[in-house]
Ligand binder design. Structure first.
Ligand SMILES: [Zn+2]
Length: 168
């Protein structure tokens, strides 16, 4: 189903702010590739619905909207580190909200014209999984609100990350 000719996405487009070409994002360009059956097997039904079907989970009835621990939020699909608790804030929306991603390469964005609105979709740069949307009504210093779905994220506490760091 996801097999397409390899030349389909080869047209060069101007680079977006995220470092990714704006416009189309052919699935074969993402480093992490899995079949639909594999995604269904690996992900919970909620995570599959958000990440692979562009779903939106219910406001407030999700894992991380009021989560305040220090750590990193990773992609539930591929483990890519996406957001830091340092940039999380209470937007009142009922979804986990951040003022910025962890770094410039963690996510990509593209225009989303579904539901008669023009929104900016946010997706994982590694697996292409849908994460949520970004709006320009956030607080200082960025003025951005990255409105994410908890089901697209998995939290790793800072203490656990330090424990695994054996390089020092
Ligand atoms: Zn991912």
């Amino acid at each position: 189903m996801t097999q397409r000719p390899p030349d389909e996405g080869s047209d060069r487009r101007k680079q977006g702010k995220s470092g990714f070409p704006e416009g189309s994002f052919p699935e074969e360009n993402f480093p992490v590739q899995r079949s639909d059956a594999e995604w269904r097997e690996r992900l919970s039904p909620e995570s599959y619905h958000v990440l692979r079907e562009h779903g939106t989970e219910p406001a407030f009835r999700n894992a991380y909207h009021d989560h305040k621990e220090a750590g990193i939020y990773e992609c539930a699909g591929c483990g890519n580190a996406l957001f830091s608790s340092r940039h999380k804030y209470d937007s009142g929306s009922g979804w986990p909200s951040f003022t910025q991603p962890l770094n410039d390469t963690a996510i990509g964005t593209k225009a989303d014209h579904s539901f008669l609105m023009v929104r900016v979709e946010v997706f994982c740069s590694q697996c292409g999984g849908h994460l949520g949307h970004v709006f320009s009504d956030g607080p200082k210093p960025t003025g951005m609100r990255y409105c994410m779905n908890s089901a697209a994220l998995q939290f790793r506490a800072a203490a656990d990350i330090n424990k695994e760091d054996t390089s020092t």
